[in-house]
Every structure is written in C-alpha cells, then in structure tokens.
Ligand binder design. Structure first.
Ligand SMILES: [Zn+2]
Length: 283
C-alpha cells in the first residue's frame, strides 16, 4: 500500500513534470491576448505612422527629456517648490505590488505619477482599477511589454529592446490604448523600460500624443540600495521641478522606508508634491 508520503511524492513529481506545460500554456494565453490588440484598424494606423517616419534616422540614444517646468508654465508663484514623485511598475517577472508604499502615499496625501506596463496591468487587474480610480494618482505609460524603445534594437542593463520602429509603436500605442480603455483617460507621458530611448522614439511618442519623460533624480532603488542611500540621493538632487524615479512593483525594496525618511525632510525644506500632469503646459 502506498503511504501518504509516497502519494504526496508522486503528486509533487507529476506537478514538476507538468510545470513546463503549464508555463507554455500561460505563454500561449499571453500570445493570444496580444493577438487581440492587432485589429485591422490598429494595423492600418501603425502602417500610416511607420510611413511617416520611414526616412527618419534613429538619432542619439540616451535618457532624454526631463520635466523641470513645474509652476513656471502656469505662471504660478515663483517661490513655490515642487517635486514630482514617479513610480514605475515594470511587469513580467517583476509584477509585485508595494501595497504599503501606496498606503503611505495615501495616508500622507502625496500625489504621485504611476508608470505601468501592459504586463503589470494584466497581472494586477483589481489593484490597477483601484489605483486608476484614485485622484491622488496619475496613470502613465511604461510600455506594453516593458521593452526599451530603440528603433534599432539597442539594449541597456540587459533589458530587451524593441527590434524596430514597428515594435516601438506597439510598445507605446498598444499600452496607451489599453490604459485608455480601462480608465477612460489616455496617458500623456511615456517612460521607456530603463528610461533609455533613441531620438526617433521621442518623435514617435510625440506623434502618438505622448511626451517621453525620464527623470532628474535617480533614486537608486533598483540597485539594491538601502533606504538611507535612496533618501540621500533624493535629498541631494532636490530642487524645484525635479522628477524622481522610483518603483512600486518591488515590495521587497525599501522604497517605503526611503519615503518615510525623505518626505518629512522635503516638507521641512518647503517642498510640495505634484503629479506630472500638473506640470504640463496647458495651451
Ligand atoms: Zn521598468
């Protein structure tokens, strides 16, 4: 007679054997989900955009476009000091949710801009819907599949890049459409995976009605830095109009602890916090 232990062992072995099939099935589902984005209307739209840029070279590659125009654009109070906290959610194998960080932002009433990928949305549907409903947060575009946007396939930090112009359009436009469909608001800003892009991608984003934004202050949360180091980086870079880059998809990173150190100090120095959309130049 097989013992309970023996039966459990057999069951575990069967599950291990089936795991690759389960993963393949999941990948198949993802591929099918992706297929649904490529409607005839979208493909015709993409073809038109590609034709417009067919003769434009990739240009320089780097981390472009910082937004440091807070207040000035609106002709507001010259003495005001504003900082924008932005948090990315990358997705794929990085699809966690730092619930405590978001709770802190709510408790402290800190407006924040959240850059999300299509992948992260798929894996956090209920949370995404709840964040999108909260006026404290602005949902922006971090790309459909978290690919670095380079029209010639350049990579950084080992993050997969788009292969060509067509992929860049997919990455930007399909995620923008997804966010618009779910929230009723089309994103205004795009941040490429790793924040690197080429100049042609900036032009494509502008054509699609989005502005590429990188950052002024690299918090360093992605480098396994301590809360003290992260808060030190932010305080060192703090100035009016600065955009801070952090993440809210890694609950194991000390972003919350860094915010607890940095926010009281910034408030003491007279800073307020603003979403990127409130930095925007209104015509
Ligand atoms: Zn990312």
């Amino acid at each position: 007679m097989t013992s309970l232990k023996g039966r459990l062992f057999v069951a575990a072995a069967v599950l291990c054997l089936l795991a690759p099939y389960a993963r393949a099935l999941q990948r198949g589902d993802e591929r099918n989900a992706l297929k649904s984005y490529y409607t005839a209307e979208y493909l015709a739209f993409k073809k038109r955009i590609m034709a417009e840029f067919v003769k434009t070279g990739p240009g320089k590659f780097g981390e472009f476009v910082k937004r440091s125009k807070a207040g000035k654009d609106k002709g507001g109070d010259k003495n005001q000091k504003v900082i924008a906290f932005t948090f990315d959610a990358c997705g794929g194998s990085h699809s966690g949710y730092n619930e405590k960080l978001i709770a802190y932002l709510r408790r402290e009433q800190i407006p924040a801009t959240l850059f999300v990928t299509g992948l992260w949305i798929e894996q956090n549907k209920a949370v995404f819907a709840e964040l999108a409903k909260d006026p404290l947060f602005e949902i922006e575009n971090h790309g459909l599949l978290h690919r670095l946007c380079s029209t010639e396939g350049r990579m950084m930090y080992g993050v997969h890049a788009t292969r060509d112009l067509g992929d860049v359009i997919d990455e930007m436009e399909l995620c923008a459409r997804k966010i618009a469909e779910l929230t009723g608001r089309r994103p205004l800003f795009f941040r490429s995976a790793t924040a690197y892009t080429d100049e042609l991608s900036l032009k494509v984003a502008a054509r699609l009605g989005m502005e590429v934004v990188s950052y002024d202050i690299l918090s360093g949360d992605a480098t396994k830095a301590s809360a003290k180091t992260i808060s030190g980086n932010i305080l060192k870079g703090a100035r009016h109009g600065a955009v801070v880059i952090m993440h809210f998809n890694h609950p194991e990173w000390p972003d919350l602890e860094a915010m607890e150190l940095v926010v009281p100090e910034l408030r003491k120095r007279g800073y307020n916090f603003m979403k990127l959309e409130d930095f925007s130049v209104k015509p």
